[in-house]
Ligand binder design. Structure first.
Ligand SMILES: NC(=O)c1ccc[n+]([C@@H]2O[C@H](COP(=O)([O-])OP(=O)(O)OC[C@H]3O[C@@H](n4cnc5c(N)ncnc54)[C@H](OP(=O)(O)O)[C@@H]3O)[C@@H](O)[C@H]2O)c1
Length: 258
């Protein structure tokens, strides 16, 4: 039976993906650390949408977790037709202030888990000649952001890998998309120690990310920027020097203005 696997499904943007795909009748595998939250969502989706939902509690900082998730799906006979790599975290502050442990965590979840899960599930999609991969990146991926250097670099990895996969998988029936949101109203900022009151752009709701990703998949886009402001910012990068791009990104994120 075909399933959609969503990492980071316990809250925020991942939860919004789970809600929308449940509404569309997808069977789901939900992955995150917060088991109780996911069980509550799973019960709601089973009851209200009549879909099958499996909950897989894993900490993606653990290098073995992607292999366990893959095994979990095999045991549950859940064939993953769509993979949504949404789990992610950030840490606000200058690079030389980031605790080494946090540096590891951000890189493990944002890059390693995303790459490992994709590597594990892709051969089955190729064998079936069908599937979709949604990678949640960030507008921050398009340049280094002062105060968010590590985070923006990990998201650049996500975009770059997605683009390469898009090229490799063309003609094999598998779609790959990198979604690059700006600021979205979730608990992400508090968790990262990033004061959202300082941000110099408005926040959008999680639904805009999900809508943009689904529309982008339909159009077979490789990168999508959910809001008009996101698209204007991306376009403006063509008109100014790289130094201005970097300054502007740091100004907008305003990590240091506490
Ligand atoms: N919010 C924004 O403005 C924004 C903008 C651009 C891109 N993004 C990206 O969007 C994605 C979702 O962000 P969000 O705003 O929804 O953040 P969020 O509300 O903090 O949710 C993050 C999700 O990732 C999961 N997660 C974090 N660490 C994990 C770990 N070690 N193991 C397993 N799961 C883990 C969390 O689940 P548990 O805590 O239950 O494990 C949670 O479900 C991230 O990749 C983020 O970088 C966010």
């Amino acid at each position: 039976m075909l399933f959609t696997l969503i990492t980071g499904a316990s809250m925020g943007i991942g939860e919004a993906f789970a809600r929308e795909f449940a509404r569309r009748g997808h069977n789901l595998v939900l992955v995150a650390r917060s088991g109780d939250r996911m069980q509550t969502l799973a019960e709601e989706f089973r009851r209200q949408r009549g879909v099958e939902v499996k909950v897989c509690v894993e900490d993606l900082c653990d290098a073995q977790s992607p292999a366990r998730i893959y095994e979990f799906c095999r045991r549950q006979r859940a064939d993953i037709d769509m993979l949504v790599n949404c789990a992610g975290l950030s840490r606000a502050g200058d690079f030389d202030d980031i605790p080494l442990e946090k540096l590891e965590q951000v890189m493990m979840v944002n890059m390693m888990a995303m790459a490992r899960l994709t590597r594990l599930f892709l051969p089955d999609m190729v064998a079936r000649r069908g599937g979709s991969i949604i990678n949640v990146a960030s507008l921050g991926a398009l340049q280094g952001v002062s105060g968010l250097g590590l985070y923006s670099a990990t998201k650049a990895f996500v975009v770059t890998l997605s683009e390469a996969l898009y090229g490799e998988l063309k003609g094999k029936g598998i779609k790959v998309i990198a979604v690059c949101p700006g600021f979205i109203n979730t608990g992400f900022f508090e968790r990262a120690g990033h004061n959202r009151a300082n941000l110099r752009l408005p926040m959008s709701e999680t639904g805009v990310v999900v809508k943009a990703a689904i529309k982008g998949l339909k159009k077979n886009s490789v990168r999508v920027f959910p809001t008009l402001i996101d698209r204007v910012l991306v376009f403006s990068q063509r008109l100014v020097s790289r130094k201005i791009v970097i300054w502007l990104a740091g100004f907008i994120a305003a990590v240091k203005d506490r």
